[in-house]
Structure formats: structure tokens, C-alpha cells
Ligand binder design. Structure first.
Ligand code: TXA
Ligand code: MG
Length: 346
């Protein structure tokens, strides 16, 4: 593996490598992606192998200009066009009816393809220089935390890829929002970096998973995902201090069977909270060796951009137990809560 900075010369080399069937890790505004030529089934097969990703979980195809859509999709419905005009390039992936030329391995045999136009200039240049369109899942081993720095990737997949292009930390920090545009009423299959509110402003009604009659999430949205090695307990917004009071060391001494979490609390614990005020409330409990704050000033964007880096950091520090609190369910908070929920499932 060769790690390279994002000089124009290197971006040309990276693009040429993709065209030649190699695996290239590229920075995007959401997370780092493990890229290969979408029209080269052998290269795409190596992406699945490198990630140990099951074959039923289709990949997103990344484009560098709107015209690329024609190489992938048989139609571009009016609502998709509206979203593209308003929100592309950006952290939004649209599911469209696929052309037969797109290899089945990319779409796991589905008759739809996921298309994304990233806004990150490095990603766009690499795709452009490759002369093709680029299939790229997040550059993490399947099921593990997604990477938001080149170093995260080097640590976990470094020996299984040809190049890693370092574009610094990802600004958005959670994966793109995936929306199925093949239905009359478009359906969000994965909450992500593009807030639902913005999508609704542009095309009106949108279905969301988890609601009655709502869509089934993407094939890749397994319950357990984005998981650190630590066991992560997820608590409702504003309820972690309350949960701790019930399970303080005194409470355990009184009744060791009271709460299973308490029995584990002999091991050093870490916490993840939204903002500084939540952190100071938790600090009073004295139960945590480390309290990770997503955004001191309670900014949801900053919180999203820090989430995966914080999980990586707590894992590297060797914590076996992490207590996290959900964040308010609005804007990027939906994506943060979705990732925390999946990280809590083993
Ligand atoms: O932000 C992102 O989307 C990042 C960067 C690298 O672009 N990529 C990413 O890819 O998150 P990945 O492979 O980790 O997640 C792709 C998701 C999976 O949940 C997959 O099941 C879903 O998109 N997906 C792909 N094609 C689909 C299709 N045809 N229908 C439904 N879901 C699809
Ligand atoms: Mg992923």
C-alpha cells in the first residue's frame, strides 16, 4: 500500500490506478471510500474481499458529473432531478433503475443502482481522472466503524489496498443519506449526511424506515454495524444520568442483580455525550474514566463529524464498555442516533 497526499499529480496516478483495476482509498466529504472501477467486475470483487463484505450488500457508484448518470441508470425521474439540482454534489445517494451494462456484482443482482455525486474536490478529481465511474463502499472492514481519516483506513485495511489518498479528516463524518427514487413516494433507506428536512423541503413527502408502512432499510443496514470492539450501551436522550443513579456502585452493593450494566462497571468505562452541559452532568457521577463530547457547543454538524473518530479513539484506548446517550432526533441527529443504535447491537 502506498499512502499519498492529494497533489494533482497523485490524483492523476490514483485515477489511472482505478482505470487499471486497482483498489484506491479516496477521501469524500462523508467518510473514506474504497474505490474501484464500477465497470470492472474483478476489481469490484476485490473490494468485497478486502472488506470481507457479504455479496448481498450492494455498492454505491460515484460520479464526477451529472452526465455520468446515463452510463448507470435507465431513467432519472423528475423528483430525482429536483434533488440533484438542489443537493448534488453532496452527501446524498439516489437509488435509480439500473442499466443492464452495470455489472451485477456491484448491485448484488438488484435491478437498481445506488448513485452518488460527492462534493469533495479530491474525490471528484480522482473519479474524473479515472475516466470511469467508481464503486466505493466505506473503507472499513465490514461491520466495523467507518473511517473519517486516512489513518483509520491504514490501520484496518492498509495491507489490502493499493493506494490511500490522504485528504484530511472528513467534514460531514457520517455516510450519505440513501434515498430510493424508484418508488412513487421516495423512501429514505439510510439516514445520513443530508438531513431529511432538506429533502422534504424540495420534494415533499418522503417515507422513512422504522415507521409503520415505511420502507425496508438498505440491504446493508444490518442491525449490527459501525460497531466498536467495546460493548456500547445506548440510552435515550437525557436519561443517562438517571440510568446511572439507579446503577451506582452503592446500588450494586445493595443488589448485585439489579442491573446487568452495573456488574460490568468494574472495568473502566467511557461515555459519549452530545454537548458540554451533558458532559458536566455525567462528570459528577465519577463513574467514567473518559467522557467523549461530540460537540462542546452542541452543534449537530460538528457532532456528526466527530462521531466515528471518537469511536475509533475509545477503541484504541482499549475501553470495553461505552455508555452513549442518543442526541436530539433532528437534522444530522437522525444519522448519529442510527449509527449509535447499530453500534450497540452485537
Ligand atoms: O457516504 C457514503 O455513502 C460512503 C462514501 C464512501 O460515499 N459510502 C458508503 O457505502 O457508505 P457503503 O457501501 O458503506 O454503504 C452503501 C449503502 C449500503 O447500506 C447498501 O446496502 C446501500 O447503500 N445500497 C447500495 N445499493 C443499493 C441499492 N441498489 N438498493 C438499496 N440499497 C443500496
Ligand atoms: Mg459502510
Amino acid at each position: 500500500m502506498e499512502m499519498m497526499d492529494s497533489s494533482d499529480e497523485n490524483l492523476r496516478r490514483a485515477g489511472a490506478a482505478i482505470a487499471a483495476g486497482k483498489l484506491v482509498v479516496i477521501p469524500t466529504e462523508t467518510v473514506y471510500g474504497l474505490g474501484a472501477d464500477a465497470f470492472n467486475p474483478d476489481a469490484v470483487a476485490r473490494v468485497f474481499e478486502a472488506k470481507r463484505r457479504p455479496a448481498f450488500d450492494p455498492l454505491i457508484i460515484h460520479i464526477s458529473k451529472l452526465d455520468d448518470i446515463e452510463r448507470i441508470a435507465t431513467s432519472f425521474p423528475p423528483k430525482a432531478r429536483l434533488l440533484a439540482e438542489a443537493l448534488w454534489p453532496g452527501p446524498l445517494t439516489m437509488i435509480l433503475p439500473k442499466r443492464p451494462e452495470v455489472p451485477d456484482i456491484v448491485t448484488s443482482g438488484l435491478d437498481t443502482a445506488a448513485v452518488r455525486f460527492p462534493v469533495h474536490p479530491v474525490a471528484r478529481k480522482i473519479i474524473e481522472y479515472s475516466g470511469t465511474v467508481v464503486a466505493a463502499p466505506s473503507a472499513n472492514p465490514f461491520g466495523y466503524i467507518s473511517p473519517t481519516t486516512a489513518q483509520h483506513v491504514a490501520k484496518t485495511l492498509g495491507d489490502r489496498v493499493d493506494f490511500i489518498v490522504d485528504g484530511g479528516p472528513c467534514a460531514v463524518g457520517v455516510e450519505s443519506t440513501v434515498i430510493d427514487m424508484t418508488r412513487d413516494i421516495p423512501a429514505v433507506l439510510r439516514p445520513g449526511g443530508m438531513p431529511l428536512e432538506r429533502i422534504r423541503d424540495i420534494i415533499g413527502e418522503v417515507l422513512i424506515p422504522g415507521k409503520k408502512g415505511g420502507p425496508i432499510a438498505s440491504p446493508g443496514q444490518l442491525k449490527s454495524h459501525y460497531a466498536p470492539h467495546a460493548t456500547l450501551y445506548l440510552h435515550p436522550w437525557n436519561s443517562l444520568p438517571y440510568a446511572l443513579r439507579q446503577t451506582s456502585p452503592d446500588a450494586v452493593a445493595a443488589d448485585p442483580s439489579a442491573a446487568p450494566e452495573v456488574a460490568l462497571s468494574a472495568a473502566p468505562m467511557a461515555a459519549i455525550v452530545f454537548d458540554a452541559s451533558r458532559a458536566s452532568i455525567l462528570a459528577e457521577s465519577g463513574l467514567f474514566r473518559r467522557i467523549g463530547v461530540l460537540s462542546e457547543r452542541g452543534d449537530m454538524r460538528e457532532a456528526a463529524s466527530r462521531l466515528f473518530a471518537l469511536l475509533h479513539e475509545l477503541d484504541a484506548a482499549g475501553f470495553e464498555i461505552i455508555h452513549a446517550e442518543r442526541v436530539p432526533e433532528e437534522g444530522l441527529g437522525r444519522a448519529i442516533n442510527d449509527r449509535l443504535y447499530r453500534a450497540s447491537k452485537k
